[in-house]
Structure formats: C-alpha cells, structure tokens
Design a protein. Structure first.
Length: 347
C-alpha cells in the first residue's frame, strides 16, 4: 500500500530529537489518581518505532487510563510522556496528528453504511473528494468489507464493526496506533483475522502499535514486548519468552507401563516428582531439544521403556498467575459501560 500523500506524519516524525528518533512512545513516572484511588502509580515505558507493544492486565488495572493519557485524551497528575518526541501535554496538537486510537466502536456510526463512515472520516481528515473515495475503497478492500460496504453498520457482526473501526483509524494514516482491547468479545476466527490485520500494519507499513489486552494469548501472539500492569504498577516487562522464563514450572511428564519401571526411572532422575497413581514422573525441563534428548538418553540407559512423554512449557497464563496471584484471561468479558463512555470521546 502506498504511504505517499501524508506529509504531516512524515515531517513530524522526522522532526523528533535525534535521541528519541527511534522511540515511538515513552513515559516516565506516569501517575494518575481519581480521588483517593491511585490508578497509575509511576509507569515507565519505552517503545521503539515499528514494534507491537502489549499492555496486559486484568479489569481495572489502568490500561485504558494509560492509553487515554498517551493519546492526549486526559492528562496525567505526574510524570511525562512523549509520542515521537512530542510531549503529550505541551504539544498535544502534534501528538494528535501522529496517532490513531481505536477503542470499543468509538467512532463507528451504526446508522451509516461502512462506506459512509469511512467517507465521513476522510472529510474529517480534509482529504479531497477523490482522495477520500480512493482511500475508502482501498480500506474496504483491505479489510474485506467491500461486499458489505453499502449496508448499515447496525447489521454488522462484532468482528466486522471492529474491522471498520480500525479501518476508520487508518484513514488518517497514523504512524502510531493505540488499540484498546481490540478483540474483546470477538469469536476466535474474528480474533485471528484481527491479529493478521494488526501484524500486516506493522510489517507492511512500519507503524507502531500499542495495544491493551486481557488476553494472554493475544499478547503472546502479537507483541514484540509485553508489560504486565497490576494495581497501577508494571510488575514485569519483556518478550513473551523472557516473561515465561521468569517463572518455573516447565517440565516433562513421562508415563510408564508399571510400578517397577517407574521406580527404576525415578532412581535415575533424583529431582523428579513421582506420581504413583498415574505411573508417571514429572521431570523439570526447559523444553529444549537438548534437554529432551538428555532425558531420553538417561531413560535409555536404564533400559526402561516410556509409555508416553508430554512437554509442558509455562505459558503466559502461568506468568500472570505468578506475578499477580490471580488467574486472568476471561473467555467473554463484558465491556464496561464506564470505560465505553470515556472511549466514545476519543475522537
Ligand atoms: N473517570 C474516572 N473516574 C473515576 N475512576 C475512574 C475513571 N476512569 C477510570 N477509573 C478507575 O480507574 C481504574 C482503572 O480503570 P481503567 O479503565 O484504566 O482500567 P482497565 O485496565 O482499562 O480496565 P478494563 O479492562 O476494565 O477496561 C478503575 O478502577 C476505574 O474504575
């Protein structure tokens, strides 16, 4: 897709101070309280250009508040945040020309068709009539909405509305896109479609994505880096692999035909946990091929045959549970009315 016709963004990005040129989003000591309630308690972030960053946290952790501050919708009580080098408070106008924000159906008008919604957005971005039509057609095609283009959005499925909402955000060709829970409530297929669209934006156009999610799988799948937000503080940050390494729990489970075989194997693997009932041994392992080979070689050495072997590597659910002491990842979370109302004022 062409990225011409967008002088504002290119010029503004190039104007960023040299030291911050490769940093799309940064924050230092961000704080926000509502009355007595501390929502953000000193958040530090540094997100390089052209990457996907996921802010992961349970309901009420402060994810939307973070997005609202970074996208200039509300101001922080303390700390500093910059978008491509521009201060979100003192230079909010420049920040707004660089970013796109997609909340929960924030901008979509259900009484209009998909095409009308996109054309309206093109008007808001002062695109000429012909450029607006061209961009609308291009986005409808890209998001597989061409057939539904002339239908009222009220008839759309949740997945189609989300796609249209993202398409509307892209009319202005933002270089930095905030996606607040982009797949909450979507079925698995629509969620995967959305993931593909998000990833394509980064690989094809080099945009930077800041997404919030409650889904560990989503962060694992999409993000270059993940931060876990809990009670207004970042409790961990890293790649999915780094976060998974933070916690123990990786193991190989080997099942045997009878107790004699189990006892022989157990004598070899001193640190293994024995499950007599299931005739199984649980052997600590990082799941690497080298480690698996060593386990199998040691078993071969005993002359004992294993009936089955399964590898368990910790997933982000385990990480979340370890870091926050709570299970996460609801299957169909209900959208909160309060945050939806705030999100409606995003544009
Ligand atoms: N305008 C407001 N006035 C008072 N409290 C607020 C306001 N906005 C947010 N909060 C509170 O701040 C906390 C964090 O809210 P926020 O919406 O940022 O969390 P979240 O992590 O996005 O959660 P969710 O996943 O439910 O959207 C919540 O306890 C919420 O009730």
């Amino acid at each position: 897709m062409s990225t011409t016709n967008h002088p504002t963004h290119t010029a503004t990005a190039a104007a960023a101070a040299p030291g911050t040129r490769s940093t799309a989003i940064s924050a230092t000591g961000l704080r926000k309280s509502y009355g007595d309630k501390v929502v953000l308690d000193g958040i530090d972030l540094r997100i390089p250009e052209g990457t996907i960053f996921a802010l992961l946290g349970p309901n009420g952790a402060g994810k939307t508040t973070t997005v609202e501050i970074l996208s200039t919708l509300i101001t922080a009580d303390g700390g500093e945040a910059r978008i491509a080098g521009h201060d979100v408070k003192s230079d909010a106008g420049s920040v707004r020309t660089l970013i796109g924000v997609t909340g929960q159906f924030a901008a979509v008008d259900g009484l209009l068709t998909a095409e009308e919604n996109l054309l309206l957005m093109a008007d808001l971005y002062h695109l000429s009539r012909s450029e607006g039509r061209r961009r609308t057609a291009e986005l409808l095609e890209r998001f597989d909405l061409t057939e539904a283009a002339r239908k009222n959005v009220a008839t759309f499925s949740g997945g189609m509305r989300r796609k249209l909402d993202l398409a509307m955000t892209l009319v202005g060709r933002p270089r930095i896109i905030f996606l607040d829970e982009p797949t909450t409530g979507l079925d698995p297929r629509s969620r995967r479609d959305m993931w593909e669209l998000i990833r394509d934006l980064v690989t094809e156009q080099g945009v930077t994505i800041f997404l919030t999610t409650q889904y560990l799988e989503e962060a694992d799948h999409l993000a270059d880096r993940i931060a876990v937000l809990d009670h207004g503080k970042l409790v961990a940050e890293g790649t999915a692999e780094e976060l998974k390494r933070l916690i123990p729990g990786g193991h190989v489970r080997v099942r045997f035909a009878d107790e004699t075989h189990l006892a022989t194997a157990a004598a070899v693997f001193g640190i293994a946990t024995r499950d007599d009932e299931a005739l199984a041994l649980q052997i600590p392992s990082d799941g690497s091929v080298t480690n698996l080979r060593a386990i199998l070689d040691a078993l071969d050495g005993t002359g004992v045959q294993a009936e089955s072997l399964t590898v368990h590597t910790p997933d982000l659910d385990d990480v979340f549970l370890t870091l926050t002491g709570r299970q996460n990842a609801p299957t169909v979370p209900a959208p909160s009315t309060a945050t939806t109302t705030q999100k409606e004022s995003t544009r």
